[in-house]
Design a protein around this ligand. Structure first.
Ligand code: URA
Length: 278
């Protein structure tokens, strides 16, 4: 069956009708993909976590145990713990998170979550986290691989925050933030800091530690009054009201991919930040 379609595709490639839907569909169905990438596309886990599932013997392909070097086609019968899986259409969303909504896929206390706000047939989950009171730009996706990379400090994805404090920070305190401050989980990297006016500042960081901005401000003696993320990577909230969302354009997804591309193969040389995922 596969050999038949491989031959048809080879003929189509030479033909003027190669761009027909049939050609594209068959070519896509016959494309071989590493098993961990297939599992990531099924929304199961990042590729690294998928490798762990494969090593634990929990994944089968057409009834045989999957291996780390197994390649699969879109149409193969792939199962996790004997539960059939299906590859999903990849979806990428930018949400303007309003205050009072929790950043989690499901909340044990039954509060409204960011996932509840996004009405899509495919289930997407947030990349990183904004506190319940924080508003602003949040990416959600079912692309486990890209989500994992975006959240990794190695790729230094810019996060720009508008911060309002109860008291006005001094220039010396802003300088401390710029250089990096000592938190209980280590020193923060140098940050971009700009005073907008009085007690309102713009802070650009590329780490994504838990409550990082609030803790940075506390480290220099200030409590945060309001916190808003105005930009994530190159994505701003232009045209999106609080609570509204939109799908990312293909070029926007390409830019996120480009921002998380390794300049050399993994394992060769130190990472830029060399630390563990956020
Ligand atoms: N830093 C914080 O302290 N809170 C957020 O929600 C995001 C960044």
């Amino acid at each position: 069956m596969h050999a038949y379609w491989d031959r048809r595709i080879a003929v189509f490639r030479q033909s003027p009708i190669r761009a027909t839907g049939l050609y594209r569909r068959r070519a896509r169905d016959n494309q071989l993909m590493r098993l961990n990438a297939w599992l990531a596309r099924a929304g199961v886990a990042s590729r690294r976590k998928a490798d762990e599932l494969i090593k634990a013997g929990r994944v089968t392909v057409n009834g045989e145990p999957g291996q780390l070097n197994t390649f699969v086609r879109r149409t193969d019968d792939v199962r996790l713990d004997d539960r059939p899986l299906a590859m999903q259409q990849l979806a990428y969303v930018l949400l303007h998170k309003p205050a009072g909504v929790v950043t989690t896929a499901s909340d044990p206390q039954g509060r409204r979550t960011v996932v509840d706000l996004v009405d899509l047939p495919t289930r997407v989950v947030p990349v990183g986290r904004l506190d319940v009171d924080t508003t602003g730009a949040l990416v959600l996706t079912n692309d486990g691989e890209l989500a994992h990379r975006l959240a990794h400090p190695r790729y230094e994805i810019d996060k720009v925050y508008l911060v309002e404090t109860w008291q006005q920070p001094t220039d010396a305190q802003l300088e401390e933030l710029r250089r990096g401050v000592a938190l209980d989980d280590g020193q923060t990297s140098p940050a971009g800091v700009r005073r907008i006016d009085g007690a309102r500042i713009e802070l650009t960081i590329h780490e994504g530690r838990n409550r990082q901005v609030r803790r940075m401000l506390e480290a220099v003696g200030h409590r945060v009054k309001t916190l808003h993320r105005s930009r994530y990577a190159h994505l701003t909230l232009e045209g999106l009201e609080p609570g509204a969302w939109r799908r990312l354009e293909p070029l926007e997804v390409d830019r996120l991919r480009a921002a998380t591309r390794d300049s050399q193969p993994p394992g060769r040389g130190p990472g830029r930040a060399g630390s563990s995922p956020a």
